[in-house]
Design a protein around this ligand. Structure first.
Ligand code: UFG
Length: 326
């Protein structure tokens, strides 16, 4: 049983490579190292771009792949609004070439990363998979296009897929060996921990006038180890011959920005400084997943809560103050 992890040098992909290898899966990674880190990958890595069809064809000839887990994507909402064509090229065209290469190699099972960003703005929480999709960013649109491509590839070529719509992924492998290292960092939890380490003077709280109990945005945070557990369950589900599905991947618990800072102060025992700031354009007030469907069909439920998420992220940050940089 050999699994190709596309984007396996990135934050989430590297956790997948490590956890699946430890569980005895034979995994092979492909990554162009544009945002990923070679040091994060344990095991066999092909350095190359999934938009390079000849490179992928060659890889599928060399390795007898049974299924693919696809993490390759640019994933910054703000950047996607400034560089929409780069996002379509990387995320949509990259997926297209990958699917073509898979079809040629007769590999028809794929689990891939989608996003809560496909939903756009909704008032009623938690968000179920039945909610309408109306992305408000190029990033969200690119993920929705990837899902649609899968749907039509299934009809024409017999693909089976599971699309996992991530909410806010955070945390790190509990031994602190791998974790989140984005350049630049835009995500709340690593930014808070950089402030705790003194690498930033303070955390900016983007908006304190949202219609939420404390005025700051509410998000649904999920531990990266729980997230990978869902990918492995999704893969097993497909390998058993089940039909294609789309699942939300969140915990169904929402935390505000201020609540996250408070937990981070408790975990780190450091009085992390915060500064109130303007709203960040495009941030919805509240995003919380319904995880009923994934619980029912894949028997998945998160094992880690917000304290463990921040505890494990903190261990990575403390032991890697410069990320993967030597
Ligand atoms: N925030 C701050 N200060 C910061 C950084 C973030 O207050 O320095 C706030 C944001 O405004 C937001 C919350 O913290 O309210 C979480 O922000 P993140 O940037 O950590 O995460 P997002 O919710 O913006 O993004 C996540 C994923 C994206 C995905 C998006 C879907 O990381 O990949 O959800 O809406 F597209």
């Amino acid at each position: 049983m050999k699994v190709l992890i596309a984007g396996g040098a990135g934050y989430i992909g590297s956790h997948c490579v490590k956890i699946m290898s430890e569980q005895g899966y034979d995994v092979v990674t492909v990554d162009n190292l544009s945002t990923g880190h070679q040091g994060a990958v344990k095991g066999k890595l092909y350095v190359g771009d999934i938009r390079d069809e000849a490179f992928l064809d060659d890889l599928f000839k060399k390795e007898k792949i049974d299924a693919v887990i696809h993490f390759c994507a640019k994933s910054l909402v703000g950047e996607s609004m400034e560089k929409p064509l780069e996002y379509f090229d990387n995320n949509v065209y990259g997926t297209l070439v990958l699917l073509k290469a898979m079809a040629k190699a007769n590999v028809k099972k794929i689990v891939f990363s989608s996003s809560a960003a496909v939903y756009g703005e909704h008032k009623e929480m938690p968000i179920t998979e039945e909610y309408s999709t109306n992305p408000t960013s190029t990033y969200g649109e690119s993920k929705l296009m990837m899902e649609k491509m899968m749907k039509w590839a299934e009809i024409a070529h017999g693909f089976n897929y599971v699309s996992l719509r991530y909410f806010n992924v955070a945390g790190a492998y509990p031994d602190g060996s791998i974790g989140e290292d984005h350049r630049p960092e835009t995500h709340l939890i690593p930014i808070i921990l950089q402030a705790a380490l003194g690498k930033r003077d303070y955390v900016k709280v983007y908006g304190t006038d949202y219609p939420t109990p404390d005025g700051t945005c509410i998000r649904d945070y999920i531990h990266v180890v729980d997230l990978i557990d869902a990918h492995i369950k999704a893969l097993r589900y497909l390998l058993k011959g089940n039909k294609s599905e789309i699942f939300n991947l969140g915990s169904q618990d929402g935390y505000s920005v201020l609540e996250i800072i408070k937990v981070a102060r408790e975990v780190t025992k450091i009085d992390i400084k915060q500064v109130n700031s303007e709203r960040r354009p495009g941030d919805p007030a509240k995003l919380v997943a319904s995880s009923e469907k994934i619980g029912r069909i894949l028997c998945w439920k998160p094992k880690f809560g917000i304290k463990e998420i921040i505890r494990d992220a903190w261990l990575f940050h403390k032991t890697h103050p410069n990320g993967y940089e030597k």
